[in-house]
Write a protein that binds this ligand. Structure first.
Ligand SMILES: Cc1cc2nc3c(=O)[nH]c(=O)nc-3n(C[C@H](O)[C@H](O)[C@H](O)COP(=O)(O)OP(=O)(O)OC[C@H]3O[C@@H](n4cnc5c(N)ncnc54)[C@H](O)[C@@H]3O)c2cc1C
Length: 601
């Protein structure tokens, strides 16, 4: 046997390095857990990587629900990408995710490594088996908790977790958008392309094996740009998107090249004369395969009713975006039938862990949701915040007695998880900062000037809300905004305190979409650089002494861990400049005693 066997011990094993898996791993590691992240390909990001180039969207539906953009880790990545990658290079996005993972000392990253087996005892996963053929290595990895973020659910299946494939019948969950009769069809897969414009006309010589298209095939499938096409290159949901992946890839290549042949050679698109193919994907982007079953199965009524669950740990807002499984084979059907809504809905913890395997989390497109609800939850920013939620849970419960998530998820633990997520800049509909360890909550506020009150930084909400978000919301502003610059905000504590950590949450423009996309149309709505609302240069002072000084900030959440704890009563934030806004805009300030900093591995 050529393989070398390695045995690893960790706290949390994450299988799959798409947006859900990356966020799960980083969230757990930043809270002190040892994490093994296993990704079967050479780059991270899943469908958002340079291999597939699908742009990440989420609750704000391309900016049409302003204010609902996801915060936390995904916002950190988006902001850094906008600044460091203004020219929209997908490989730089891959490398940003790689850097984020590699710079976490608690994460062991295994790239090019497939999870292929699991050892389960009495409904508890003991270890996972993974293989890296490139180096002829094999791993057996033991952990307290395991997360399946593989999209296809390989880890869960190996462990014996309950799952579902296909479209449920209306009678199964009482969903109006479900079909009369259940079937095993799913959304199809797609291969995307990008194009490049040249100064002179360029030919396209079509290979012999492509599909041939005619004008009628595009009745509902617009060809309105040549630089990035087209999400509706969809096919294969009528067969098995997992087992038939090779056949699907071939058909998708025939479709992609066939459409490009039509664009270039039909005469219907003279504007394409100077355009060539720049890149053609080779990995089918998969929309749907298995969905696990958890204590709760999210359904249409939860999504359309904007339900707020007691045990919410994430939220969504994308339309219920259903597609015909056979995609381009049905040119007379629209490629998608979205059911939109104006609110956002919450997703409970019960959708993120298995109902029959004690220590198995999942996040991403394989969470516990019906086909109809999944058609909304599947977008990648929603996947990312679910990943952050399970990573945070795994870290919080690392030292808990036992590893059965069904019993760990009691009221008290869930409330602690929700507060931990808010502390890490996640957003949960209707919930506020209620962290008793946050010293700033007892402070009095004052500011050198204000167009929105300084006290807003302590109201526990870190974004401006619109009444349309849900019944728990009203049109309200939750930021301090100065009248001009420079400006200073002061928090005066009732008595001197020793402070080890100060958190500041800035405004990064949730009124706009922020997206990395190969589509020029979508990209023009984003600012590819620092967001103009964001504070650039600032200082923190405690009783007049500078405890932190920052120039060139562009992030939303900044955590200042003080090199030496400082004692004082008056904490001031002095803002001298922004990236464009004439005023300082701050959503929250928190202060913690030194002992409350999460331990590092
Ligand atoms: C063509 C297309 C268009 C879409 N449009 C959008 C859109 O506009 N915006 C949007 O946000 N979403 C869109 N989606 C949906 C979205 O891309 C998926 O729902 C999303 O990628 C799911 O994220 P994930 O992290 O669960 O899975 P993935 O992105 O699939 O990531 C899972 C990762 O796990 C790895 N993996 C799989 N098996 C194993 C294993 N056994 N061991 C180790 N690693 C493994 C895979 O290589 C992959 O990298 C689209 C999807 C497709 C295909």
């Amino acid at each position: 046997m050529a393989n070398t066997l390695h045995t690893l011990e960790t706290d949390f094993l994450v299988a799959g390095g798409g947006m859900a898996g990356v966020c799960a791993a980083i969230a757990a590691a930043r809270r002190g857990s040892r994490v093994v992240l296993i990704q079967d390909r050479s780059v991270l990001g899943g469908n958002a990587s340079s291999e597939i180039k699908m742009h990440i969207v989420g609750a704000d539906c391309h900016g049409s629900k302003p204010g609902t953009r996801e915060s936390g880790l995904i916002e950190e990545f988006r902001l850094e990408d906008a600044v460091r990658n203004p020219h929209r290079c997908y490989s730089q996005w891959d490398l940003l995710l790689y850097e984020k993972v590699k710079l976490e000392p608690g994460i062991t990253l295994l790239l090019d490594t497939d999870v292929v087996g699991a050892e389960t005892e009495n409904g508890v996963i003991r270890s996972v088996r993974a293989v890296r053929n490139l180096t002829e290595d094999e791993f057996v990895i033991r952990a307290k908790f395991f997360a399946d973020c593989t999209g296809d659910g390989r880890l869960g299946v190996e462990a014996g977790a309950d799952y579902h494939v296909g479209r449920e019948a209306r009678s199964d969950y009482g969903e109006t958008l479900a079909r009369d009769v259940a079937d095993r069809h799913t959304l199809g897969s797609s291969i995307l392309i990008t194009g490049r414009r040249h100064d002179t006309p360029q030919p396209f010589i079509a290979p012999s094996w492509i599909r041939k298209f005619k004008k009628e095939d595009f009745k509902f499938r617009p060809i309105n740009s040549y630089e990035y096409g087209y999400w509706w290159f969809e096919w294969g949901g009528q067969i098995d998107t997992l087992k038939d992946n090779e056949a699907i890839r071939h058909e998708l290549l025939r479709i992609a090249l066939g459409v490009w042949d039509y664009v270039k050679n039909s005469g219907d698109h003279p504007g394409s004369a100077n355009w060539t193919l720049d890149w053609v994907g080779s990995i089918p982007g998969k929309r749907e395969s298995r969905r696990f079953l958890g204590p709760h199965v999210l359904r249409e009524q939860d999504v359309l009713g904007g339900r707020v669950f007691e045990d919410q740990v994430a939220y969504g807002g994308w339309a219920i975006d259903l597609h015909p499984p056979s995609g381009v084979d049905v040119p007379d059907e629209r490629p998608f039938t979205p059911t939109g809504f104006r609110h956002i809905y919450s997703i409970p913890f019960g959708c993120y862990h298995s109902r029959n395997i004690a220590n198995l989390f999942f996040a991403g497109r394989n969470i516990s949701a019906t086909h109809v609800a999944f058609a909304s939850t599947r977008v990648m920013a929603t996947c990312a915040i679910g990943g952050q939620a399970i990573g945070t849970a795994a870290a919080l419960w690392r030292d808990a007695a036992g590893n059965d998530l069904r019993t760990l998820a009691d009221g008290e633990n869930i409330r602690a998880l929700q507060q931990a997520l808010l502390r890490d800049d996640a957003y949960l509909p209707g919930l506020k900062n209620d962290d008793p360890r946050d010293l700033s909550r007892r402070a009095a506020t004052a500011a050198t000037s204000q167009t929105h009150p300084a006290a807003n930084v302590l109201d526990g909400v870190t974004r401006d809300l619109k009444a349309s978000f849900g019944p728990w919301s009203s049109d309200s502003v939750h930021r301090w905004e100065s009248a001009s610059l420079p400006a200073t905000l002061a928090l005066t504590l009732p008595a001197p305190e020793t402070i080890g950590e100060v958190h500041v949450t800035f405004d990064t423009g949730f009124e706009r979409e922020l997206i990395l996309t190969a589509s020029d149309h979508h990209s023009t709505k984003s600012v590819r650089g620092p967001q103009p609302e964001t504070v650039r240069d600032y200082r923190l002072l405690l009783d007049g002494k500078v405890i932190a000084e920052v120039t060139g900030n562009y992030l939303r959440k900044r955590i200042h861990k003080l090199a030496a704890p400082a004692t004082g009563k008056k904490l001031e934030l002095e803002v001298t400049s922004t990236h464009g806004s004439p005023a300082a805009r701050i959503f929250e300030i928190r202060a913690y005693a030194p002992e409350n900093q999460p331990a590092r591995p």
